[in-house]
Design a protein around this ligand. Structure first.
Ligand SMILES: [Ca+2]
Ligand SMILES: [Ca+2]
Ligand SMILES: [Ca+2]
Length: 125
């Protein structure tokens, strides 16, 4: 159950906070800032965890499994850009990059503490 909750966290909060929830620190170089590379590296781990059958896509059933932890809401639906029902790695990276840029208020390519807090509060894509 705890394992499942950790997976849900990955899906919900995405890279930074998800990694933190698993006891990992996405701030690899420990400068207190989350760079885009650090964010994507954490997202990579998240994708691998969600893609349980390892086919390189987050399939509808994998999305449904996730939705159970988010009150039935498919938080990954907006990441399915080509609307084929699956979220590819490419779409996942695109969505997370978009997400990162959205929260990088001063556009310096890094998320400071305040920006990271806003990202955690918003959750999902
Ligand atoms: Ca850093
Ligand atoms: Ca899959
Ligand atoms: Ca897709």
């Amino acid at each position: 159950m705890i394992r499942h909750l950790a997976v849900a966290s990955v899906l919900l909060v995405f890279s930074a906070s998800a990694a933190a929830a698993q006891g990992m620190n996405p701030d690899v170089n420990k400068d207190g800032l989350l760079s885009k590379a650090e964010s994507l590296a954490a997202g990579d781990k998240g994708f691998a965890r969600i893609d349980q059958n390892k086919n390189g896509f987050i399939d509808p059933d994998e999305q449904a499994r996730l939705a159970k932890f988010t009150g039935g809401k498919n938080t990954l639906a907006p990441a399915d850009f080509n609307k084929d029902g699956k979220v590819s790695k490419e779409e996942f990276v695109k969505a997370s990059t978009f997400r990162f840029d959205q929260f990088d208020g001063n556009k310096d390519g890094k998320l400071d503490k305040a920006e990271q807090t806003a990202l955690k509060a918003a959750r999902g894509f």
